[in-house]
Design a binder for this molecule. Structure first.
Ligand SMILES: [Zn+2]
Ligand SMILES: [Zn+2]
Length: 101
């Protein structure tokens, strides 16, 4: 049994590939100042008091929105993300703009 690839399924596959490999930084905003990060923004895994209370910072530097807040080196799941512009802390999921539709 073989399925024929139509132009339509081709389009859907392409769209899926695109969303899987690219973080859509346009849809990520600081809830406090509306700053939008980009692919070259970097966060650090470091000891942190309020609000995260994490004292095992491994010193890694990476783009936290490409891993949904998870440190790629020590696998700590950051629940809070600080803004590189206003330095305020917000819950990681609050950075993602919600789809209203
Ligand atoms: Zn780490
Ligand atoms: Zn901000």
């Amino acid at each position: 049994m073989a399925y024929r690839k139509t132009a339509e399924t081709e389009e859907i596959l392409k769209a899926l590939e695109k969303s899987a490999e690219k973080t859509d930084f346009e849809r990520i905003r600081c809830p406090l100042c509306n700053w939008s990060p980009n692919a070259s923004s970097r966060w650090w895994c470091a000891d942190c008091g309020a609000p995260e209370y994490f004292y095992g910072g491994c010193g890694a530097s990476w783009n936290t929105f490409e891993t949904r807040g998870k440190c790629p080196t020590c696998a700590h799941q950051w629940r809070w993300t600080s803004c590189l512009r206003c330095a305020g802390w917000s819950r990681h999921e609050d950075w993602y703009l919600k789809n209203d539709s």
